[in-house]
Ligand binder design. Sequence first.
Ligand SMILES: [Zn+2]
Length: 88
Amino acid sequence: MDAKARGYACPRCTVGRCTAQTTTFVDVYHGQLLNMPNTRAFICDVCHFVEFEQEMLGALWEELYGEVARDDAQTVAGHKRSSTYGEG
Ligand SMILES: [Zn+2]
């Protein structure tokens, strides 16, 4: 477990804590339904705000769509490359 696993203050409600959990990632991309169970995310224990790992999303986009999604992946994942990403 890395430090982030202990959670952080929820950016939405500022009351709860977002802690590392797994949930089902569901999204629609270019008209296709994405459904990925057991996806690591940080979930607020108060308002249930869900924030998925940006690294994970970037990797997912690359994996699924390759060059087609490269521009989108950059906007989703940003330019930061965290070296503290947990190994699970
Ligand atoms: Zn919250």
